[in-house]
Design a protein around this ligand. Structure first.
Ligand code: NAD
Length: 260
């Protein structure tokens, strides 16, 4: 379905980003995966994707907290693959503290990686997409792009910002064959959420299942975590031709959280 297309997925050495890169490759897309490290495992992950799916894949190091590096990721991908057709802005971090105790440097880091990097990669990718007359921009926002929770000021602000940016880019590119949408996951069991579960168990003294139900699945009417396959499936759908007229919107994959 995506044979001949090139996808760039930021923050894709683990969790949701890696699952999306794999799913796009399974549809025939060449993929650039990314993180801020330069480990053997990073390059091995790209080699494994290439071999498994018979596509081209490369690992490109770029720190999404640095706007220039985020833009350079796109240029490096274009040099390597001659195009960027699908851009998935996935890199993201979390920090939890009451607003008056929230360290300023943590605020800056969350906004830089979750929101500003999304602006920089889009700005760099859009001219290439316009040149080919086809593009898909998929921003991994969050249910926290639509709803708030206490102690997550930077994360909620960044994800609401991503949803706003998504709408603006969709309008600007609407006549150019480029769509821009946001996926808004509820809680997905990835390293980012595992860390929060462990913190909650430590603070509350609850066992794992009690902590999951009290602090996470209380938000999901389904009482289940979202799976990686459910997020990557949404991304494949938005990347495909069936979604050509879907732009500027949010796709919630959250067990019913934002229906309430
Ligand atoms: P994760 O921690 O498993 O993966 C995050 C990825 O981002 C990693 O590959 C990491 O290397 C990369 N990354 C972190 N800092 C980076 C930087 N400075 N430069 C480049 N890459 C960097 O997290 P995840 O749960 O897979 O989250 C992925 C995205 O999904 C994030 O934007 C997150 O906010 C969003 N999200 C996650 C959940 C969830 O429940 N897990 C829910 C809603 C939204």
């Amino acid at each position: 379905m995506l044979t001949g297309k090139t996808a760039v997925v930021t923050g894709s050495t683990s969790g949701i980003g890696l699952a999306i890169a794999e799913a796009l490759a399974a549809q025939g897309a060449n993929v650039a995966i990314n993180s801020y490290t330069d480990k053997e495992d990073d390059h091995a992950a790209a080699a494994r994707i290439a071999e498994t799916h018979g596509v081209e894949a490369a690992y490109i190091k770029a720190d999404m907290s640095d706007g220039a590096a985020a833009r350079d990721l796109i240029e490096q991908a274009v040099s390597r693959f001659s195009a960027v057709d699908i851009l998935v802005n996935n890199a993201g971090i979390q920090y939890v503290a009451p607003v008056d105790e929230f360290p300023a440097e943590k605020w800056d880091a969350v906004i830089a990686i979750n929101l500003s990097a999304t602006f920089h990669t889009i700005a760099a990718a859009v001219p290439h997409m316009r040149a080919s007359g086809w593009g898909r921009i998929i921003n991994i926002a969050s249910a926290h792009g639509l709803r708030a929770s206490p102690n997550k000021s930077a994360y909620v602000a960044s994800k609401h910002g991503v949803v706003g940016l998504t709408k603006v880019v969709a309008l600007e590119e609407a006549e150019k064959g480029i769509t821009c949408n946001a996926i808004c996951p509820g809680y997905v069991l990835t390293p980012l959420v595992e860390q929060q579960i462990e913190d909650r168990m430590r603070e509350s003294g609850l066992d794992r299942r009690e902590a999951e139900l009290k602090f996470f699945l209380d938000k999901h009417p389904s009482k289940q975590f979202v799976t990686l396959e459910e997020i990557s499936g949404a991304a494949v759908f938005l990347a495909g031709n069936a979604a050509a007229q879907i732009t500027g919107t949010t796709l919630s994959v959250d067990g019913g959280w934002t229906a309430e």
